[in-house]
Design a protein around this ligand. Sequence first.
Ligand SMILES: *Cc1c(COP(=O)(O)O)cnc(C)c1O
Length: 355
Amino acid sequence: MTRPAKVIIDGHAAKKNLEATRLHCPQSKILAVIKADAYGHGLLRMARIFNEADAFAVASLDEAVTLREAGCRHRIVLLEGPFEFDEIAIIDRLDLDVVIHSFEQISMLEHAGATLPVWIKINTGMNRLGFDADAVAQAYQRLSSTSSSIIFMTHFANAQVRGDATVGSQLTTFDTAISGFPEEQSLANSSALLTCVNTQRHWVRPGLMLYGVSPLHGETARSLGLLPVMTLKSRLISVRDVKAGRTVGYGGSYVCPYDMKVGVVAYGYGDGYPRSANTGTPVLVNNVKTQVIGECSMDMMTVQLPDSAEAKFGDEVTLWGGELPIEEVAKASGTIPYELLCRARMRARYEEVGL
Ligand SMILES: *Cc1c(COP(=O)(O)O)cnc(C)c1O
């Protein structure tokens, strides 16, 4: 037997989120982002569930190979393009699209003599990947002989904050850089497509919202019409009474303020729970909301057991999902939902419901 942790994936919710995304941008094609094992939800599973998407985006060739080997015929975009020369022949054979963000990559394409569908990435202010605006014409010109089609793209640094001024300035930089070019455009991730209609253009690139999590600071998935797809559960493997004044766990950082019931959950940072989540992080025991106490260990964590939870050995604990928004858990543990989702796959078993 393995550990009692399980990740439950609600396929119906995921389909609804894709439909909801379409309603937000009915004119745009959807490049569904399923990198990082579909944000921890399972690459092939989510490709199947999101089969109504117009294309898929992944971050590395092995993910694209997995999709093709499983029979996926969708257009697939490598978001960071080729990492090395030898990948290009495989990319060509598997009929993949590539993001091209550097002159080194252009040289590789020229050297390989390949003609691929290319997404030219423009740096408009995030200063991570992409050609600066003044290099776009040169990149375009060189790529015109090594590409079968071209789409211009950029990425926003701070669209998750409604009304953030950098979105407008990145937009202006982009529009100036590509003015006069007839090619299709792709700008928006989840947060941009929700907050700024003018970023939607020909292709949108939603990730997080498809998994039913709010991409916007301070806004809930529910308020955006999204349904959480992942629920993470484990079980209590010990229930004990601890006297007032005694400490719980490593370092003794938590001192029981009164006589209390403490539960030990079979889930820890070795399973993907953030070690930074200590006292106060919300959890559900038998669907009653309570909190983590003390420090998270590698395979276990300790929680307060309120009388109303009537908790006993073997009872179910929800770490996020269902009635416990992952956004709350992320906030309490000083991280973002993206990171929590990606880490869930470390050791849990997966179960699928809803379809
Ligand atoms: C990951 C990624 C996305 C998706 O972002 P979300 O915030 O999850 O919607 C879109 N575009 C690019 C280039 C990405 O790397």
